[in-house]
Design a protein around this ligand. Structure first.
Ligand SMILES: NC(=O)c1ccc[n+]([C@@H]2O[C@H](COP(=O)([O-])OP(=O)(O)OC[C@H]3O[C@@H](n4cnc5c(N)ncnc54)[C@H](OP(=O)(O)O)[C@@H]3O)[C@@H](O)[C@H]2O)c1
Length: 210
């Protein structure tokens, strides 16, 4: 499976403000590019934190089906969120094995619940399961925790990092990634393949595995 990770950050490395409404970082052109990438993918993944914070619709503008995927450890998933209520393509919720029964009862036929590990979902297991379901191209759209896990575990093939031309400047705002050990460290630099100007936003595309 080929994994494209997409993120938009401010010049000071934040992907959302500390509080309040969803922060619009992308230019119109960057949103259009995101839509064209989604249209080439078979599935789109965001963490439950992003569902709670942004309530994204996660739709594709193409007629090609786009399976929606999320990950949760808790039972605090909101069934009225756009993830569940908008779009007719399949929806998958990965959670720890012990939560499957309870969550599937709660979610009923709005989505399929899949157990993916003891305490938390093992991302490699989830990716193999998605592959078994025929997913060849997965788009990972955040948020911070999920994006960090993919980059630390070296799961992402291509990072599309957009940079908005302003600063957020809030100490408690959401960062692009958290601290830890990354697959692409000083000794394993990413391969920068293109730099594009999309309106006032810069899109940097990297290949992570050489
Ligand atoms: N600018 C951008 O490109 C962009 C894109 C997307 C999101 N965002 C921003 O990112 C923020 C959200 O980021 P976030 O870090 O709070 O949330 P997140 O990464 O979207 O989701 C984190 C949640 O995913 C679940 N999770 C993570 N790892 C798991 C595992 N291994 N197994 C099972 N569940 C797991 C947990 O859900 P439970 O808590 O339910 O257990 C966890 O709280 C928002 O402010 C949003 O606006 C920005």
């Amino acid at each position: 499976m080929y994994i494209i990770q997409k993120c938009v950050m401010s010049l000071d490395g934040y992907i959302d403000a500390a509080s309040g409404d969803r922060l619009m970082l992308s230019s119109k052109e960057d949103f259009e590019r995101r839509d064209s990438v989604r249209a080439q993918c078979d599935a789109i993944l965001v963490g439950a934190g992003t569902l709670r914070a942004d309530n994204p619709k996660l739709l594709s503008k193409s007629s090609r089906p786009l399976i929606k995927v999320t990950l949760t450890q808790s039972d605090t998933i909101d069934l009225k969120s756009n993830f569940f209520t908008i779009g007719s393509d399949k929806k998958l919720v990965y959670c720890p094995d012990r939560k499957v029964k309870k969550l599937q009862m709660k979610i009923a036929d709005l989505a399929e619940v899949v157990g993916g590990g003891a305490k938390q979902v093992d991302l490699r297991f989830m990716l193999s399961d998605l592959e078994r379901r025929g997913i060849k191209k997965l788009m990972v759209e955040g948020g911070s925790q999920i994006g960090t896990l993919f980059l630390q575990q070296g799961l992402t093939d291509e990072l599309q990092l957009s940079i908005a031309p302003f600063f957020v400047g809030q100490k408690n705002a959401v960062r692009f990634v958290g601290p830890g050990t990354f697959f692409n460290d000083l000794n394993n630099r990413m391969n920068l393949v293109s730099v594009e100007k999309l309106g006032d936003t810069a899109l940097l595309t990297y290949y992570l595995k050489r």
